[in-house]
Design a protein around this ligand. Structure first.
Ligand code: AMP
Length: 308
């Protein structure tokens, strides 16, 4: 039994108040797989790149025991490219450029060895491709998690809306929750979005943490107050990777376990932002991860007696 991850494997060019990168390796599925790899070992990746994508980056994923048999390499074509610029608060950003390249014609093939997938992470990608992946699995996985973004809400809302009926958990950021629901209040937005299909909704709020909604219950996980935030790119994907990686390993899809998974996700997001691109989350060790999770526990633990 395994975790299947789909999403972009990409080149990113990032500008923050602290610096600027040329093309570096990024992509939703890259961050998700790396973050998940600290919790679970059978990770199968489905994505596509062009022949300009460096072999070392594929080797880096393999080193983290990510199976890349489902990563298509298109000869003579270019890898998906995204460029973004962060505002001074580092919580919001503008997309400067999105070049779909190989993604424009991506036809996801699921290798036979991936068919035993018990957990599915539909990372950020065209909703039509996310649909195809679900269509091409012989059995519906035990848990399907979907991540998406405003780009797809703008250009493929109908496909995204029908996809929402096929997933268990949706993770989006606060701005996207407002766009999808037309509601400013995140509580009202969550009610509307849960009525669209997913049983669970996670709203990520950058440095203000994340909210997990289920029926009329809500759980809050803070973000770790960090001395330095270098590059928020991939924080949402690293969150999703930590979340699904922990659930895939524990095989427990109860609300209580999802709360724990949200903390592990938040811990992975906090690492991701400390360096540009995937630099930080490709080289962690289990002691660092444990210490980081302990910091989250210490951050929110308090004793209190109710008065009266
Ligand atoms: P995050 O910061 O978690 O939202 O994820 C940023 C990553 O998503 C970057 O590495 C990009 O390559 C990738 N990305 C940006 N735009 C898109 C898009 N429209 N579809 C899929 N992936 C994207």
């Amino acid at each position: 039994m395994s975790l299947l991850v789909i999403g972009t494997v990409a080149f990113d060019a990032i500008e923050t108040p602290f610096g600027k990168t040329d093309k570096i390796v990024g992509g939703a599925a890259t961050f998700i797989s790396l973050a998940a790899s600290y919790f679970t070992s059978k990770i199968n990746l489905v994505s596509v790149v062009g022949d300009d994508f460096p072999q070392e980056a594929i080797a880096m994923l393999q080193k983290r025991k990510v199976n890349t048999d489902g990563l298509q390499i298109k000869q003579g074509e270019k890898t998906f490219f995204w460029s973004g610029k962060y505002h001074n608060d580092m919580n919001s950003r503008d997309t400067l450029d999105t070049q779909l390249n190989v993604l424009a014609t991506f036809d996801p093939t699921i290798p036979a060895e991936y068919q035993d997938c018990e957990f599915l992470m539909l990372g950020n990608l065209a909703p039509s491709v996310q649909h195809q992946v679900l269509d091409r699995l012989a059995n519906r996985p035990k848990l399907v998690v979907l991540d998406t973004m405003n780009f797809w809400m703008d250009i493929a809302l109908d496909e995204l809306t029908s996809l929402l009926k096929r997933v268990d958990v949706l993770t989006i950021n606060d701005e996207e929750a407002r766009q999808l629901s037309g509601e400013y209040s995140l509580v009202k937005a969550s009610q509307k979005i849960l009525a669209m299909g997913p049983k669970y909704l996670i709203i990520k709020k950058g440095e203000h943490g994340a909210l997990l909604f289920y029926n009329d219950q809500v759980f809050f996980a803070p973000a770790l107050p960090l001395e330095e935030v270098f590059d928020p790119t991939g924080a949402g994907d690293s969150f999703a990777g930590g979340f699904i990686g922990y659930i895939a390993e524990t095989k427990d899809i109860s609300f209580d376990n999802m709360k724990r998974a949200v903390i592990f996700g938040s811990a992975m997001a906090s690492f991701s932002v400390e360096k540009f691109g995937t630099e930080r989350i490709q080289n962690l060790n289990s002691v660092e991860v444990d210490e980081r999770v302990q910091q989250f526990i210490d951050l929110v633990q308090f004793d209190i007696s109710l008065v009266g």
